[in-house]
Ligand binder design. Structure first.
Ligand code: URA
Length: 424
């Protein structure tokens, strides 16, 4: 077998055989196939797609490139959630301890932010002392004793995806349905969870801008999970407006703690509870009551123990950026639109995100939203507070907000649902 014939077949729109897929993934992981050859193949897949049989084999080959974890020894059923990424998406933070408080074990292997989307590990690292990297033994220990763990995926899990994802990131081949579905599902299946709930986002702040593409991605991932024995369900959710009232690392941790204290923004609470119900049902725990676990403090108790088990101090004050800048409303009226991508871009430029994987992020940087679509606002009242340690970034960050919102008469506001569909 050779890489050139595999690239030519996909370039000329021929279906790749199982043997070709197994060979190329294995040879790429071992360094036998070069990055430039894999880039050419990724672009051919981006342009010509893959059918379900090819996606399924590609996913299986990426799983086989590394180790598989096994949570069979735990006394509780396992449930995990994966979001395709968005702006202000801090849902994993309250969700993991909430589902654990309701009786499931939640092994949440998470990622970092790239571009305008935030990453769960970056948010949690704003808590003084908290560590993202745990060995497998420590991960098992925290999961067994606390019930939930949020940490970085180890190097042994789907190493083919690690190499390929870094390559896609610099070759314009991220936004490909077969490559996204196989990338996400290879990691989740290798992780060994018994059930999985996918939060597939659509709208300006998501990878999939269009709802039909997002639905197709959700259906492909649900099928991949089920083919590999993982009970999988997906919610299709709106990411045209940011989730909650903050975008940025420590700002979002603060909001997640508000939710665990029984408060927090209505949309964050709605999605957290809906995903918790799905995870609990998939894990066979439909009788549990996530709303009660938020109200009675049991989810907060798991949160505090989870943070402390990973070296963090749950009582420590969170970092605050050195500089705050308020943007006021230019007119009075109702906020009829607030664009997720623009807010994500603004937070990124303020220092909350990174341009390259190795860049540091500012813990305190980000955007606070003083109004959400549907809210009435007066001319001159605060609309956004921008937080940053690098005040030079303020004009460029503020520029991202120029066309980010509309203020108009109340009739111009059309409320839209947060949860658009359920895919099984
Ligand atoms: N997240 C992943 O893990 N992989 C992708 O391809 C896109 C988002």
């Amino acid at each position: 077998m050779d890489a050139i014939s595999v690239i030519r077949d996909k370039r000329d729109r021929r279906e790749l055989s199982g043997a070709q897929i197994d060979w190329i993934i294995d040879a790429y992981t071992r360094g036998v196939v070069a990055d430039e050859q894999m880039s050419a193949l990724a672009m051919a897949i981006f342009l010509n797609g893959m059918n379900r049989a090819e996606i399924s084999r590609w996913t299986a080959a990426m799983i086989a490139s590394g180790e598989r974890m096994d949570f069979g020894g735990l006394s509780r059923p396992t449930a995990d959630k994966h979001s395709t990424g968005g702006v202000g998406d801090k849902i994993t933070l309250p969700l993991a301890p909430l589902v654990a408080a309701c009786g499931a074990a939640v092994p949440q292997l998470s990622g970092r932010g790239l571009g305008h989307t935030g990453g769960t590990l970056d948010k949690l690292e704003s808590i003084p002392g908290w560590r993202a990297s745990l060995g497998n033994a420590e991960l098992m220990e925290v999961l067994g004793s606390v019930g939930s763990v949020i940490c970085a995926a180890g190097d042994g899990l789907a190493p083919a995806d690690k190499r390929l994802y870094a390559l896609r990131d610099v070759t314009g081949t991220v936004e490909s349905l077969p490559l996204i579905a196989s990338s996400i599902m290879s990691k989740k299946i290798a992780e060994g969870t018994g059930s999985l709930v996918l939060d597939v986002k659509t709208g300006s702040g998501a990878f999939m801008k269009n709802a039909e593409d997002a639905r197709e991605l959700a259906a492909t991932m649900v099928e991949l999970g089920q083919d590999h024995g993982v009970r999988t369900v997906a919610l299709l959710t709106d990411m045209s407006t940011p989730l909650g009232r903050t975008a940025g690392n420590a700002l979002e941790v603060r909001e997640a703690v508000d939710v665990l204290s029984g408060g927090g923004p209505a949309d964050v609470v709605e999605l957290t509870v809906a995903l918790a119900r799905e995870m609990l049902a998939a894990a066979g725990l439909s009788g549990a009551d996530p709303e009660r676990a938020l109200a009675d403090g049991s989810a907060m108790d798991v949160w505090r123990r989870m943070i402390a088990a990973q070296g963090g101090d749950p009582s420590a004050p969170l970092p605050r950026a050195h500089e705050q800048h308020i943007v006021t409303a230019p007119v009075s009226g109702v906020l009829t639109r607030l664009d997720a991508y623009a807010v994500g871009l603004c937070a990124w430029r303020l220092g909350a995100g990174r341009a390259r994987k190795e860049d540091p992020v500012q813990a305190g940087a980000g955007v606070e939203l003083h109004a959400k679509p549907g809210d009435r606002i007066l001319e001159g009242a605060p609309l956004f507070t921008l937080h940053t340690d690098t005040p030079d970034a303020l004009p460029y960050a503020q520029e991202a907000l120029t066309d980010a919102y509309d203020i108009g008469p109340s009739e111009a506001f059309a409320p839209s649902p947060l949860i658009l569909d359920r895919v099984t």
